[in-house]
Design a binder for this molecule. Structure first.
Ligand SMILES: NC(=O)c1ccc[n+]([C@@H]2O[C@H](COP(=O)([O-])OP(=O)(O)OC[C@H]3O[C@@H](n4cnc5c(N)ncnc54)[C@H](OP(=O)(O)O)[C@@H]3O)[C@@H](O)[C@H]2O)c1
Length: 321
């Protein structure tokens, strides 16, 4: 098989091909021929040496794959050759022609769901789905979503609407605003322009948003001004390029507006992944959830990484062997 790894942290050029024998599935595992390998922003950070969970090299990036079952290990029942499945592959490398999945965690794909869009439902879909549950979204509540055209963001916009949110407000680069509106957002603003939080306040009749799904992690940023009383501020990423400590002018409004700040990682919902995937697969196959995909050949993983870092992509970015 062919698999991509990096032996030092750095730019996209550190991604390199390795050729080695196909893996042999152990007890409880299935081997799949990979048809689509999803890329996540965490892969970019890992390659740069900026992802706290990847401290050492060599490392094989790629947390999720979809493909067809070709073999299985002892004790695995109920799978047949050629069956279409997807699943998570933490740490063993998804940018590959072959991968092993734990059979218990492999999700079968309905025939009408292609491999590439299906991968959008794994790390990014599960994150969007469970962030909104963790934020305790209630019907009619307003939600603020940075990176709203991106992997997690584009699904969070749609899932918030499916779940009955009131105003869903996206933040994105201007070239992506039309897309964000087409996903169902009520408004979208450019977060590179100072003053965008004023626009969010105007859009919510001065109240601010009830839930802020914060992929930026910028305590000193404008998102703070856009929060309603009793808002839930969920920080699940660190894409902000600057960082500021929590100063008194932030601390006291946080206190007096009863704002809840919490971190979120999708791993905290592992036990419920099957429920989240089942619900999202239903929405996707019935057309309620749009899964948009940008495809790159597996051999162009470096190019795909470059496109994501330079903000040229929208939706799910996948590698196809
Ligand atoms: N905690 C968790 O469990 C978890 C799970 C999955 C993802 N995440 C986090 O969720 C965020 C989105 O992840 P994703 O995989 O869906 O990626 P993504 O949204 O597809 O990432 C690319 C987009 O992010 C936006 N962006 C904002 N700041 C950026 C920066 N400094 N550099 C490059 N792009 C930037 C850009 O959109 P604009 O051009 O519109 O700004 C860009 O197109 C990331 O922060 C990631 O770490 C967290």
């Amino acid at each position: 098989m062919k698999v991509i790894e990096f032996q030092r942290f750095g730019g996209p050029e550190v991604l390199e091909w390795i050729e080695e024998p196909d893996p042999i599935p152990k007890a409880g595992q299935v081997l799949i021929e990979v048809k689509a390998a999803g890329i996540n922003f965490a892969d970019i950070m890992a390659r740069e040496g900026a992802y706290p969970r990847v401290k050492t090299v060599p490392f094989r990036p790629g947390f999720e794959v979809a493909g067809v079952v070709t073999a299985w290990g002892e004790g695995v029942e109920g799978f047949r050759g050629g069956e279409r499945v997807m699943g998570l592959v933490f740490g063993t490398g998804g940018y590959s022609t072959h991968a092993v999945l734990n059979a218990r965690e492999a999700t079968r794909l309905p025939d009408i769901l292609d491999f590439a869009p299906a991968t959008a439902l794994l790390v990014q879909g599960l994150t969007a789905f469970f962030l909104l549950e963790t934020g305790d979204l209630q019907a009619g509540q307003s939600v603020l979503i940075p990176g709203a055209a991106g992997g997690v963001g584009s699904l969070a916009v749609q899932i918030a609407k499916i779940k009955g949110a009131g105003k869903v407000i996206g933040l994105a680069s201007p070239s992506k605003h039309e897309l964000v509106r087409s996903l169902g957002a009520d408004a979208v603003f450019d977060y590179t322009q100072t003053g965008w939080s004023e626009s969010v306040l105007a859009e919510t009749e001065g109240k601010g948003v009830a839930i802020f799904l914060d992929s930026q992690g910028d305590f000193g940023g404008e998102g703070f001004h856009a929060l309603a009383e009793k808002a839930h501020w969920l920080i699940y990423g660190g894409q902000a390029e600057g960082s500021s400590p929590l100063m008194p002018d932030r601390l006291w409004p946080l206190v007096f507006k009863n704002i809840t700040v919490r971190g979120y990682t999708v791993d905290s919902n592992t036990a419920e992944f099957a429920r989240g995937l089942g619900e999202m697969i239903g929405w996707a196959t019935s057309g309620r959830l749009q899964l948009s995909v940008q495809r790159f050949p597996l051999s162009e993983a470096a190019h795909a990484h470059q496109a994501i870092s330079s903000r040229q992509t929208t939706g799910k970015v996948v590698l196809e062997p």
